[in-house]
Design a protein around this ligand. Sequence first.
Ligand code: ATP
Ligand code: MG
Ligand code: FE
Length: 339
Amino acid sequence: PLVLGIETSCDETGIGIVRGHTLLADTVASSVDEHVRFGGVVPEVASRAHLEAMTPTIERALAEAGVALSDLDAIAVTAGPGLAGALMVGVAAAKAYALALGKPLYGVNHLAAHVAVDQLEHGPLPKPCVSLLVSGGHSSLLLVPDVARDVRSLGSTVDDAAGEAFDKVARVLDLGFPGGPIIDRRAREGDPRAIAFPRGKIDDGTYDFSFSGLKSAVARWVEAKERAGESVPIADVAASFQEAVVDVLTRKAIAVCKDNGVDHLQIGGGVAANSRLREMAAQRCEKAGVRLRVPRPGLCTDNGAMVAALGAELVAAGLEDSRLDIPADSSLPVTTVRL
Ligand code: ATP
Ligand code: MG
Ligand code: FE
C-alpha cells in the first residue's frame, strides 16, 4: 500500500511516504532552532511551527516521491504520545486530508512507529522480536510479537528517559540542546573509563531503567571539579556518562532476549542514533548470538517515514482504519498500537 505518514509529536514536522516496506520520501521540517535558546522544546512554539510547515512539507514529500495525493491508499498520523498541542496539529491535518480525499485514516502510536520504521531498512520484523526503545521521552524494553497488533512492555525507566539524561547532562556541561548528538561527538575524544559513574538498577533483576541518579552523579562530579577550581575534562565526562547509559541499556536488552528465548533485538528511538550504543550493542549481540537490527541514524530520530511505515503495516494486516473523530492522546501507552 502507498501510505503518507504525518508526525508532529514534538518539534519535527515529519512527512513520509512509503509503498509497503519501500521508502519513497522522508521530509522533515524542524523547529529545533527556535527552541535552542530555551534549552528545551517550547510547546506553543512547536505547535505554531507545525501549522506553518504542514502543507509545504507534504508538498515537498509528494514531489520527492513522485506521487499525487489521489494515488495514496491511506493517511497515517501520530495520535500520541507527545505534546498535546503539537499532536493536535498533525491529527487535524490528517483528518482533513483523509476526509477531502476519501482515504482511510490510521491514528498510530509514535513509539510503535519508532519500531516499525526498521522494516524500511531491514525488511519484515521477525515475529517476535525484542525492541529496545530509547528516546527523548521513553526508555522501554518491549516484546513485539507483531508490531501491527501486539506490543508488550516488559520494563521501562522509573525516572528519566535515556535521551532526557543525555539532554540534561549536556546542559550541566554547557554543551547546548539537544544534547544527545553533541555528547556522542564529544565522547569520541574522551576516555569512557576515566570516571566510574553509577549504573542504575543494573543488577536488580528487573527490565526497568533509572537514569536520574546517574545524571545527579555527573552534576555532582562536575560541581566538585569547578569548586576545586579545576577545569572539567568535558570529553572524559561525556564518554564516561555515555558508557554508563549504554552499558545498562545493552545489558538489559540482551537479558530480555535470552530470558524470553528471542534471538532478534531491534533498537529504535532517537538515542538509537548514538554511535557508542550501536557499537556496544553490535559487540554484545554478536557474543550472545542475538541478531541486531538498528535503522540508520536519520530514521531513529523523529520522522514521518516511521509513521507511514506503521500505517502501511496496519493496512497490509487488514486492520480497520480509525474513526475520523479520534483524539490526540498525549499519554497514549506504548501497548496501544493504534486508535
Ligand atoms: P519520544 O519518542 O519518547 O516521544 P522524542 O520523540 O522527543 O521522544 P526522539 O526524537 O525519538 O525523541 O529522540 C530525541 C532524543 O534522542 C533526544 O533526547 C536526543 O538528545 C536523543 N539523541 C539524538 N541523537 C542522539 C545521539 N547520537 N546520542 C544520544 N542521544 C541522541
Ligand atoms: Mg526532536
Ligand atoms: Fe520519538
